[in-house]
Design a binder for this molecule. Structure first.
Ligand SMILES: Nc1nc2c(ncn2[C@@H]2O[C@H](COP(=O)(O)OP(=O)(O)OP(=O)(O)O)[C@@H](O)[C@H]2O)c(=O)[nH]1
Length: 464
């Protein structure tokens, strides 16, 4: 269920939850209406049934009482004809009575009712012979005899009979009262059930609402935390596990934004230290690196060995490389060819077997610098010579970007005790050495050692 919810959009979740609550409310209302209607119908049916039965009891009672009254009148009639008519009326009433009693008995619902009806049927059977004798007496012109028979035999039975009918009427009233009581108890129970359902529906609605709110606010909080982390610069923060809804999509979009920002930052950092044309580092970064390397060499110099010898790490060399007659090259082949030449020179420098810690930068225009940490004058001279040769043979080796052969003049300076000199000293010495190379015919390496370092002869170089 939870997983199912995680895959739903927020809008779909809202529709689903509100539909569920609406469904519960409709079900509750339907339950209330239908149970009330059912109770009302049952009560109405009971009242109708009870009224009909009370009417039957009243009719049976009236017929029995009438028979008594006619029986009493028989003693007073003046003619045989009147006596016969009265006797016929008694017999008709008996027939009518039996018809009603039959219907009444057929609709009897309780054992008590059936027992009472059984007693009435007993009375009926008991009074039948008396009626026959009375009938015969009337036929035999003796209505007085018939009246006496009826008074003596039938009237006591009728009295008991009427009692049973009264009991039956009372029973009907009791039944209605009991049914009304039961219905009222049922209505009370129903109220409880409806109230319970309403409370349950409200609780469910509250629970569903709470879960729904959580399912929206929790990922939103995650998104806020994630956005804050990204805003504070934690661009590599991992994407938290989230739902597939709009909050999940927001988190995903934030992650994409953070990744793009990270890439843009990396690009900007590279652009800040790189020369756009040649791919070598730029002048600003060179200044930083030269100062850092000078500081590192100075610290190494402070750790001089006991025998006074200089640690290799205390050495620092710098090459200043200038492309020869580059103005002429530009004028002859155009600036795009000049740009390609500068790129080719940088690739030649990189091919000259530099160590991982060595650093190549464009110093400006057609000038490049190479910082050689932990490298003494003789080692730097070898590197410089390799660079010079690589550049000189570039065109011959088929460098496609290079329009004509080029050469470089390299000024080399090295220091073995950074405590007594500054990065500017090293740069100035390399610059002077480079001018030496220019003035001595170009395409060669010249060197200047700072005080503590003994001069090393530069390898023999053929001028360009
Ligand atoms: N194509 C191109 N040319 C540049 C760039 N930067 C500087 N230059 C050119 O490099 C030339 C440098 O000329 P100069 O300083 O006279 O030096 P040179 O002609 O090499 O003479 P020497 O150094 O004495 O051998 C100028 O013509 C600049 O316009 C660049 O990025 N691309």
């Amino acid at each position: 269920m939870r997983t199912f919810f995680r895959h739903l959009r927020i809008g779909h979740r809202l529709v689903l939850c509100f539909s569920l609550i609406l469904l519960l409310m409709i079900a509750g209302a339907w339950l209330a209406v239908s149970s009330t209607r059912h109770a009302r119908e049952s009560l109405m049916q009971l009242v109708v049934r009870s009224n009909a039965r009370q009417a039957d009891i009243r009719d049976m009672r009236a017929l029995i009482e009438r028979q008594d009254r006619i029986g009493q009148r028989l003693a007073l009639v003046n003619s045989v004809e009147d006596a016969q008519n009265d006797m016929a009326a008694i017999v008709d009433d008996t027939v009518s009575y039996r018809r009603i009693e039959k219907r009444f008995a057929a609709q009897a619902e309780t054992v008590q009712e059936r027992t009472m009806i059984g007693r009435m049927e007993d009375y009926d059977r008991s009074v039948a012979p008396t009626l026959e004798v009375a009938q015969a007496s009337v036929k035999g012109y003796n209505p007085g005899m018939a009246a006496r028979m009826l008074d003596r035999e039938a009237a006591p039975l009728h009295a008991a009979w009427l009692h049973v009918l009264d009991d039956l009427a009372e029973l009907q009233n009791q039944r209605v009262a009991t049914e009304i009581q039961a219905l009222s108890a049922y209505a009370d129970r129903n109220d409880l059930v409806i109230g319970g359902v309403a409370v349950l529906a409200s609780l469910m609605a509250a629970f569903v609402g709470w879960r729904l709110t959580l399912s929206i606010t929790r990922p939103l909080k995650q998104a806020v935390l994630f956005a804050s982390a990204v805003g504070s610069g934690q661009l590599d923060i991992p994407l938290p596990r989230s739902s597939d809804d709009e909050c999940g999509m927001l988190l995903l979009a934030l992650k994409v934004m953070a990744t793009q920002l990270q890439e843009a930052n990396a690009r900007m950092q590279r652009l800040a230290i790189e020369d756009g044309l040649t791919g070598a580092f730029n002048r600003r970064h060179f200044d930083d690196v030269l100062h850092a390397e000078h500081e590192r060499a100075r610290r190494a110099a402070l750790r001089r060995r006991d025998d006074g010898a200089v640690e290799e790490a205390a050495h620092l060399a710098l090459l200043l490389i200038d492309v020869d007659h580059f103005k002429h090259f530009n004028d002859r082949f155009g600036h795009p060819a000049g740009d390609a030449c500068l790129r080719a020179v940088v690739s030649a420098v990189r091919e000259a077997g530099l160590r991982p810690g060595d650093f190549v930068a464009r110093y400006g225009g057609e000038e490049f610098v190479v910082v050689l940490p932990s490298c003494d004058l003789s080692g730097a001279a070898c590197v410089a010579e390799r660079i010079r040769q690589k550049v000189e043979t570039l065109h011959a080796r088929g460098e496609p970007e290079l329009a004509a052969p080029v050469s470089v003049s390299i000024g080399l300076a090295a220091m073995c005790d950074a405590r007594d000199s500054t990065p500017a000293d090293l740069l100035r010495a390399a610059d002077l050495a480079m001018y030496d190379a220019k003035h001595n015919g170009r395409n060669q390496v010249r060197q200047r050692a700072l005080e503590c370092c003994s001069a090393v002869e530069a390898p023999a170089v053929a001028p360009a």
